[in-house]
Each structure stands twice: as C-alpha cells, then as structure tokens.
Design a protein around this ligand. Sequence first.
Ligand code: 13P
Length: 339
Amino acid sequence: MDKQGLRTIAQRLMAGDKGLLAMDESIPTANKRFEEAGIPQTEEYRRKYRELIVTTPKLGECISGAILFSETTKQATADGTPFIEILEHAGIIPGIKLDEGAKDMPAFPNEKLTEGLDGLRERLMDYAALGLKFAKWRAVITIGDGTPTDGSIYANAYALAHYAALCQEAGLVPIVEPEVLMDGNHTIERCFEVTQRVLHIVFEVLIKQRVYLEGMILKPNMVLSGTDASVQADIDQVADLTVQCLLRCVPAAVPGVAFLSGGQAAQDASAHLNAMHVKYKNELPWALTFSFARAVQQPAMDHWKGKDENVAVAQQLLYKRLSINNAARRGEYSAELEG
Ligand code: 13P
C-alpha cells in the first residue's frame, strides 16, 4: 500500500475551503431527477448535463474533487474532450462511485445492504488506469420501528471496510459513506443515537480490516430531526449534535469529513455546515466540508430543463451554490449570500 500517496490525495481533496461535488447519480437516480425536472431520460441528456457541470466556469475554485458515475468516466464534451481531462485541467481530482446500490437485505425487513464487491479489484485496476484517484461507496441505514439492527449495520460496515481496503490496495482514496436516512418522524436525539452507533461500528470494522485511516475520508449524514418529525431542530442544535457525534466517533487520524446533504434544503445544508465552523472551528481534528449532490445541483438542474439556451445561467446557479458552501466552510455564510 502506498500510504504516502493515499495521504497526499486525501489532503488535496480536503484542502482550503473547497468541497467535493457528488455528480455520480446512477442511471435510475438520474432518470428520476430528470423526470421531476422535465428533462428527457436518455444517455445523451445525461451526457449533456454532465458536460454542463464539468465545464462550469471557475468550478475548480470551489471543488477539489468530483465523484463520477461509471458511464460518465467514458463520456466527453460535444467537441470530444473527455470529461476526466476537463476536470484535471480545472485542477479537480476525478473520483468514482463503486457501489452498485443498496438492495433489500434478506431476512432483515426494511433494511438494505449495499452490493458491488464482486469483481471490484479488477474494476479498480481499470479505474486507476483512467486516472481516477478516489472512490465512494454508500451504505444506507434506515431509522424505524426496530431498525437499524446490528445485523444490518455490521453487514454494511464489513462491505464498506472491504471496499475501502481494496481501494487503498489500488492507490485510490476511499470515501466511506454510511448514510443514516432523514426519512421518518424520529427526533434529532434518536438520529444522534443511531448515527453514533453506526459510526462506532463502522470504525471498529475499518480498524479490524486494517483500513489505513490517514488515507480515507468519511462521508456522513448530519444529525437531523426526521423529515416528518413534528419538532424540527434548529441550526445550532444540528451543529452541536453533529459535531458532538463526530468528535465521539471519528478518529483524529482521519484527514477529513465531507457531508452528504441527504435531501435537506440547499440553504439549510449550507447554514448547518457554517454553524459547525462558527461554533467549533478550533475543536475539529479533521477537515470538515461538503460532498453534496442535490443541495448544490438542484437549482441548476431545475433551470436547465435540458435546453441549450439555459446552460450558462444553470452553470452560474451551480457555481453560486458551491461558492456559498465554500463560505460556509470558512464560517462566513450569511442569508444575504443567497440573494
Ligand atoms: P446528496 O447530497 O444528494 O445526499 O447526495 C450525496 C451523495 O453522494 C449520496 O451518495
């Protein structure tokens, strides 16, 4: 294992006030979002949309890395320049989503286990040859009546750890993403309890499986009230409980934590990240940043609608959301930035 190489990539990904852009929606997820936005659900429209993203002016000022879906790694702009090349030119490190989705877990009703380990070593060799330097694997944990069970948490943690170890063997930095979903009517305290248990188990298993902590990044959920909860925690409470949970669970050896947005409103996600920095800047042993998909892409996708004449404004909307999150990482976000 090239430990120094992994550390260097992880540190570059977490540098300054930048974040990561998740643009790795699978075909079914991209189709669902396109359908909602009135965009045709074809390979060509996915290519056009990804071209819009990677050619956004000044994108490299805002993000250090972009997570791609497998299809995108082989696509190019209309004039034939591979997307990976465009990103590298902009100083953005290209990464790849490696999991093949969360599937129903046998014998565990309402719980999911993420698949994609078969043939992973070989896929990693191909992706390393394409110039991809980091990867992502998402596990999904559901809060419900009697869930999550330890059976599903451990099964997902072992998959994450095996994926992470294979990535490090191939020289790619693994992003380990155990997402506790927002869905449900649970309190923020219950989300705290579940997220804490999940992260404890994930790190227990990562350490057992000899994952090199200095060469990985954690991508967790923020600690939030359930979407349908009658009482919604305020910004300070989200910041307090999220930071407390991470400080209890994430070893200081890990170079960075980059949040998913999970379906939060874009402005909420930015305000939460900002409050964590305003309140706890000097207490955080790791970099703390964003790796959002919906919370940065949604305004751009809604404006684009699949039309060429809307590309320039859609790109401005994407840049705006990303630069607002850069401000949040500096603890300089304010509602005025929203305009
Ligand atoms: P959201 O920010 O839309 O939750 O997506 C992040 C992600 O990469 C999920 O795997």
